[in-house]
Design a protein around this ligand. Structure first.
Ligand code: 5GP
Length: 196
């Protein structure tokens, strides 16, 4: 691959955060703002939540299908999160970046580490909640998960925050508008670098 071809490869933004940190809200705003940025729809074995659509929010697949794809090395990364499997299609990533499409991945910390090992050029961003207490309050207010699931997610959050130094960029989501502004600036600077 010559340098000109290389420079046309799509940029990959990997975003992680404990659930309740506001990552989905921020990612939705970013995808609205940057129309050229495509969302990498993950595969999962978890049940769809109310309102979630297959092929839009996730590709919902069975555990058997998921495990077969592990054996076939079809995942760019995969992880078990909160008792369910989640994975990113390797073919989707390779095809997209070869076509020069910029991508946004919303994946957990384990997945981000695997992904960065295979795609070192990926730009890693961690959305940090202001505190564990705020995170717990947000999860309860969201009302999407049962108490036991919230408890699991809060425990997992502390573990994920402890690994946040792995990320190249940390955005604290205390004030949503400010966090959005920081993320827009970061992504714009990276995409413009590619255009220049
Ligand atoms: P949720 O079930 O709330 O949609 O997502 C739970 C967690 O799984 C989130 O931290 C999310 O970032 C992560 N996740 C979603 N898709 C993937 C994926 O493809 N790979 C990995 N490793 N994590 C994912």
């Amino acid at each position: 691959m010559d340098s000109q071809q290389k420079s046309k490869r799509g940029k990959i933004f990997v975003v992680s955060a404990p659930s309740g940190a506001g990552k989905t809200t921020l990612c939705t705003k970013i995808l609205d703002r940057f129309k050229e940025l495509a969302y990498s729809v993950s595969h999962t074995t978890r049940e769809p939540r109310a309102g979630e659509k297959d092929g839009v929010d996730y590709f919902f697949i069975t555990t058997d299908e998921f495990k077969k794809k592990i054996e076939q090395n079809l995942w760019a990364e995969w992880a078990e999160v909160h008792g369910n499997f989640y994975g990113t299609s390797l073919k989707f990533i390779e095809d997209s970046i070869a076509k020069g499409r910029d991508l946004l991945l919303d994946i957990d910390v384990q997945g981000a580490k695997q992904f960065k090992a295979s795609f070192p050029e990926a730009i890693t961003i961690f959305i940090m909640p202001p505190s564990i207490e705020t995170l717990q309050e947000r999860l309860i207010k969201r009302g999407k998960d049962s108490d036991s699931i919230i408890e699991k997610r809060v425990k997992n959050a502390a573990n994920e925050i402890a690994q946040s130094s792995f990320y190249e960029h940390i955005i604290v989501n205390d004030d949503l508008n400010l966090a959005e502004h920081k993320m827009v600036e970061l992504i714009a600077s990276k995409i413009e670098q590619q255009l220049n």
